[in-house]
Design a protein around this ligand. Sequence first.
Ligand code: HEC
Ligand code: HEC
Ligand code: HEC
Ligand code: HEC
Ligand code: HEC
Length: 436
Amino acid sequence: MSFTKKRVAFLAGISASLLGSLFIINSASANTKANDKSIHHISASVCKTCHKETYKQWKGSMHANSTAFNDPIHGTFYRKVVGDPGKEGVKMKNGKYPVCLQCHAPNAAKDKVTKLDSKPAYAEGVNCIACHTLKTFKGTKGKNGKLNLGLKAYEYTDKIQGTGRNSNHLLSNLTAGGDEFGFTDGDDDKKPNPHLGKSVTVDGKEIPALPMESNPKQLRTSDACMGCHDKRNNSHGVPLCATGDEYISSNAKADCLSCHMPTTGGKSDHSMGGGHSLAMLQRSVVFYMESKKEGNMIKSVVTMQNKQPHTMPTGAPFRNLYLKVTAYDKTGNVVWENAKGHPGKTDKKAFLKLTLVDADGKPTGPPTAKGQGKDTRLKAFEKRDLNYEIPAKDVVLVRAELYYNLLWPGLVKKFSKKIPADVTAPKLIATSENAL
Ligand code: HEC
Ligand code: HEC
Ligand code: HEC
Ligand code: HEC
Ligand code: HEC
């Protein structure tokens, strides 16, 4: 069947009033904005027209909040080491285009733009198009030992990359009975499908043609994530994050999608939670304590088992966990605790973190680090016991609490005026209680 015949058949299927609005919009497209055909300038709000539920999940994720405007932690570091996200021509100290944007604002990086509020598609950070136009993962290993980061680790295209479920349309394009409509989420109505190569109109809104290719190799494997999540070094070559390396050396067979994109409501969940998601943190560690009285002492063993094929915590180097163990008397008064307040100084084994160090081996922040110090985070799949001996006198209850913190305590203090307290506050992610 010819291209035009199909187009006519499709147009005949929509109402006269819709047709009217189609022409009005077409004539208005003389202005430059409507003529901008670049796929990486298409905002997520266009996809929202038909993919409402997926949009909602994405909107609440850190992918939608990955730029310096929306993420106060990234924003604080970005302004400190790079500059103003609202200005054009911002450069890093080495005179180069900010590498951060290859991952945190990939659509802006494609245009080498640094004024991130100059287009919605830039300010949206890792939006629908950013992921769904990645075609092939080339690996992060670049020339001369350099890393290819974010977009640079991929070949990308101007066609939407699909999973292979509803993205193979060649046969239906050949046959007269091809369905021009399909079901999308959050809506019982069938929607016209813009992925067949033509623009369509929905509720009076013109949707540009969003041609699609089937690419399960990229979309159904960890390749979809690795370009941005494999690893990243600072300017001194010190690894700041290595989720991908951790995953590879764990020899796990389940990929990132099996946990981070489960199926909900018949669709792949795009919430992609991690350190900012309490629900995800609560399921990350199997946490329990067993206590028994021996003479005038209580012996408590706290067990932490990392369920992930990457460290816990993984990702940014300042993520950390700490453990509080407290013994109470029968009126609920504290009679013993593993540390007064944070255990970082007095019960070091209860503080799980990566330490970055300067040339003298002293702890320092990510931009200035010259090496890695101690790493006490839970390795992939690691099960670890921590032992405590507690004087038994008056004790009726021992309680263990596991906390997650996005930032090291020192950074929380340092940035207390810049980052809201609810973001930097430790989150209680697991508890265990033993009555004696
Ligand atoms: C971080 C990358 C990423 C972002 C951002 C992203 N997607 Fe996806 N999307 C994927 C991957 C990977 C899959 C395949 C999941 C699978 O099948 O295992 C997918 C699958 C889909 C599917 C297939 C149907 C389904 O639910 O299984 C649709 C539709 C979709 N995405 C739409 C969107 C829309 C709309 C947005 C923006 C609101 C978006 N995606 C943002 C990576 C992303
Ligand atoms: C006018 C409605 C409409 C808009 C707007 C729209 N889509 Fe779709 N999309 C569809 C329909 C219809 C399907 C097919 C679903 C089916 O057949 O059940 C689909 C399917 C998909 C799939 C899944 C294909 C597969 O099986 O893997 C992806 C991915 C996708 N769209 C991405 C996007 C992205 C990204 C945008 C925004 C740039 C977007 N869509 C905008 C209607 C739309
Ligand atoms: C284009 C780069 C890019 C791709 C591709 C990408 N991500 Fe991300 N992802 C990011 C950035 C940037 C952040 C950090 C945003 C922030 O915290 O400012 C992030 C954050 C996350 C987080 C942390 C969320 C939290 O709560 O802190 C998870 C989990 C995640 N991504 C999973 C995935 C998975 C799974 C895939 C593959 C399907 C994927 N990402 C693909 C760039 C990307
Ligand atoms: C067995 C399930 C599972 C698998 C498989 C898995 N993750 Fe995770 N991931 C989690 C859980 C649970 C968390 C929250 C705890 C944490 O931060 O470690 C998490 C956290 C994260 C974070 C958040 C880091 C931050 O700073 O907030 C990122 C990024 C991430 N995962 C990426 C990946 C990537 C990339 C893969 C594949 C290579 C992957 N994960 C595979 C379960 C999984
Ligand atoms: C290779 C991709 C990549 C590059 C390049 C990159 N980041 Fe990130 N960044 C991520 C990902 C992915 C996360 C979130 C998951 C994690 O913690 O690993 C993240 C998280 C962060 C966070 C923590 C955000 C939060 O909400 O806690 C900060 C701060 C940050 N990045 C700053 C920067 C700065 C500044 C630059 C540039 C100098 C930069 N990043 C370059 C991928 C990248």
